[in-house]
Design a binder for this molecule. Structure first.
Ligand code: HEM
Length: 320
């Protein structure tokens, strides 16, 4: 009995010590940064009450503090920065390459591809992948982007999904014609689940998230997404083996359009070809990064054009 009490006491002392170290660390590094009034322990939970308004609320709050403010939720601290000069300093440094804890929500989907990897792996992968963005390779895809163009917001997302699927994997999911396909629906489900998790005060904790229907939906969606990507990789690998591997020359003027996957199949990391798992991580990363971002940018541009058109009709120089 006394041994049990001793062990419990040791664990409690360890927890208290770790908590003390954490508070000291926060005090040392974050004490000088302003913060709005907070609730004891729970911190700024009130800003998470309405996830739909959270971005707007946080930006307004930061602007009230000269574009630089700290908030915390329990013991999770975040800095909200809207001042462009401060943002430039942070993004311009190579000292901070670690991703924040929120990125771990992507891990089951994207593994440790370029977006989510730790600095050591990121440096190697970035070096390996940069040549695949040679402008002569990108030029070959311009007509593909044009060919898939459509005009409304949900269509734009399906359109960018079609474009990225062809450019990343060399396959066609025909998202615009078959928006109910399992793969397209699964990608959309994953986008929504991660968006909700990022702004939910409770689902960010794995122990709570694992109890939700979202987690079960995530498992189903990932089975479909990974199954599709893996089957495309295996098929392409087989084709390459049957036809004899070809060497990519980025400076070649050939009109042959190689998918990102083709380039990955010929890349080497640490002098070894990439495994199927490594290839899948990068392909899934590009699938995610390449469609949601461009869809938002295109939808926002269309919104601005429509607003300008409503205001001025076709007389606006900008619209011409
Ligand atoms: C308007 C369109 C786009 C915007 C606004 C955008 C924005 C961003 C931002 C802000 C990051 C940094 C994310 C971070 O480190 O946390 C990023 C990284 C990345 N983006 Fe994009 N992106 C766009 C289009 C694309 C496209 C079309 C692709 C692929 C075809 C792509 C692939 C990637 C990849 C792989 C990364 C990780 C890069 C690295 O860490 O080295 N993005 N993007």
């Amino acid at each position: 009995m006394s041994l049990v009490i001793f062990v419990i006491a040791l664990i409690l002392i360890f927890i208290c010590y770790e908590y003390y170290r954490f508070v000291r660390h926060v005090k040392k590094h974050l004490d000088h940064i302003p913060a709005p009034p907070a609730l004891p322990f729970m911190g700024h939970i009130m800003y998470f009450a309405n996830p739909k308004e959270i971005l707007k609320d946080l930006v307004t709050m930061a602007q009230n503090f000269d574009g630089f403010v700290k908030i915390h939720f329990f013991q999770i601290y975040s800095l909200i920065i809207t001042d462009p000069e401060k943002i430039e300093k942070i993004l311009g440094t190579t000292r901070m390459l670690n991703k924040s804890s929120e990125y771990s929500h992507f891990n089951r989907w994207l593994g440790t591809g370029l977006l989510t990897s730790e600095p050591a792996k990121w440096r190697k992968s970035r070096k390996m992948l940069t040549p695949t963005f040679h402008f002569q390779i990108l030029e070959k895809y311009i007509d593909l982007t044009g060919r898939n163009s459509t005009f409304t917001h949900p269509d734009v997302t399906l359109c960018t999904l079609d474009v990225i699927c062809e450019t990343a994997m060399g396959t066609s999911v025909n998202a615009q014609k078959h928006s109910n396909s399992e793969y397209v629906k699964s990608v959309q489900i994953m986008n929504e689940i991660i968006r909700t998790r990022l702004f939910s005060p409770f689902k960010r904790f794995n122990c709570i998230y694992y109890l939700t229907g979202d987690y079960r939906a995530e498992k189903r969606a990932l089975k479909t997404i990974h199954g599709y990507t893996t089957s495309v990789i295996e098929k392409r690998k087989k084709e390459l083996e049957e036809n004899g591997n070809y060497i990519i020359d980025c400076n070649s003027n050939s009109k042959k359009r190689l998918a990102f996957l083709d380039l990955l199949l010929q890349c080497e990391l640490d002098e070894k070809p990439l495994t199927n798992e490594q290839i899948r991580e990068e392909v899934d990363t590009f699938m995610f990064e390449g469609h949601d971002t461009t869809a938002s940018a295109m939808a926002f541009s269309l919104y601005c054009l429509a607003r300008e058109f409503t205001r001025t009709g076709f007389s606006s120089k900008g619209i011409e």
